[in-house]
Design a protein around this ligand. Structure first.
Ligand SMILES: Nc1ncnc2c1ncn2[C@@H]1O[C@H](COP(=O)(O)OP(=O)(O)O)[C@@H](O)[C@H]1O
Ligand SMILES: [Mg+2]
Length: 356
């Protein structure tokens, strides 16, 4: 299947149905294995290094860790590194996978001592499971309910000490009682271009691709501060260099390849641009509600909010206001469009009369 053949509501983010498997396999191959190999995030790395070293020195289990940050910044990778650094096994599950408290009880009661339990998208866990987790985190104990109705009894079950690593794209959504039970919260930041260049050079070595400094810089500049995207773009640029060039990823090859794959010079891809275009062309620059905007681009609310928006907001192209999403003057300029007269983005016709 070529990119062109993908169904229209697949926004061509370079992750189609068939590309999903490639993505997962490639990611697994490129994951740093320990803290020293983990590029960037100097604060989280230093904090985590202290937490883990101290736990190791005490011969105990590390405190529960919450990792918050946008998709693709390295939360899953860090959870595996935590287990590796502690020499502990890791169990991986996610909030949406835990529908009932019983699901969680089954997982918790089968944990080995010191095991790392990675709970991805922890903010999407069900309420009863969440309450069971409170007790498990604090007292290493769960109450298993046997029977129904008035005859139901709670049988307390001791758990071995374990380390919960929770990941969330939005720490603000976690109920305070849950947030407070984590001994340490690492806030993952977007990566600086120089850090992404290091990620790209590292991945290129592992993929056995030759990348010039200029090529790495070109890819880094379009990677939206996100290692997952940097790795993905590197693979597409490699394809291009292989088919249309001599296999070497130069600055020129990278620029041409990313034009073919519709990633522009600021790193906006088709989803980002379709969100901006809908906002500008259909809604005159806003304000418009998130749900309406999502329907207009044929995407899930969450995709628009968690994948496209954080980057657009950070780039100063879109603003979230209480009345809805609003395009900034920079958004009109980036898409080469003229804001309608009288809108704030046009500078406001009336204000112009009284200025200067
Ligand atoms: N600090 C980093 N250094 C090198 N590669 C990284 C780093 N962070 C993430 N990656 C790469 O990006 C990919 C996505 O990271 P992942 O941990 O799955 O992100 P998240 O769980 O936050 O969505 C991984 O395959 C990994 O190779
Ligand atoms: Mg992840």
């Amino acid at each position: 299947m070529t990119w062109e053949e993908q169904p229209p509501q697949d926004t061509g983010r370079l992750v189609g149905a068939t590309a999903e498997g490639e993505e997962l396999a490639a990611e697994a191959a490129l994951r740093p294995k320990d803290l020293a190999e983990f590029v960037g995030q100097p604060k989280v790395r230093e904090q985590l290094d202290l937490v883990l070293r101290a736990a190791r020195a005490r011969g105990g289990t590390a405190d529960h860790v919450l990792l918050s940050g946008a998709p693709g910044l390295g939360k899953t990778t860090l959870s595996m590194i935590i287990a590796a650094e502690m020499g502990a096994p890791i169990r991986i599950t996610s909030g949406p996978a835990i529908q009932h408290a019983g699901d969680l009880a089954a997982i918790l009661s089968s944990l080995a001592e010191g095991e790392v339990l990675f709970l991805d998208e922890i903010h999407r866990m069900s309420r009863p499971a969440e309450e069971m987790l409170y007790m498990a985190m604090e007292d290493f104990r769960v109450d298993v309910i046997v029977g129904k109705g008035p005859g139901a009894t709670a049988i307390p079950l001791e758990l071995p000490p374990f380390t919960l690593v929770g990941a969330t794209t939005r720490a603000g959504l976690l109920p305070p009682p849950l947030r407070d039970r984590f001994g340490f919260t690492g806030h993952m930041e977007f990566y600086a271009p120089a850090e992404l260049e290091r990620v790209i050079h590292r991945s290129a070595r592992l993929l056995d691709v030759t990348v010039s400094d200029g090529g790495a810089a070109e890819i880094a500049g379009r990677s939206r501060g996100t290692p997952r995207i940097a790795n993905r773009l590197l693979r597409r640029v490699r394809d291009y260099a292989q088919v249309r060039g001599d296999g070497v990823v130069t600055e020129e090859a990278a620029a041409r390849a990313l034009t073919v794959f519709e990633v522009d010079d600021r790193g906006l891809d088709r989803l980002d641009r379709s969100v901006l275009e809908a906002l500008l062309k259909l809604f005159g620059g806003g304000p418009v509600g998130l749900s309406t905007l999502a329907v207009a681009v044929g995407e899930e609310r969450e995709t628009v909010e968690e994948v496209a928006e954080p980057f657009l907001v950070r780039e100063g192209l879109l603003a979230r206001t209480p009345r809805g999403r609003v395009a900034t003057p920079a958004a009109w300029a980036h898409l080469g469009l003229t804001p309608p007269p009288g809108t704030p983005a046009a500078g406001g016709a009336q204000e112009g009369l009284f200025e200067s």
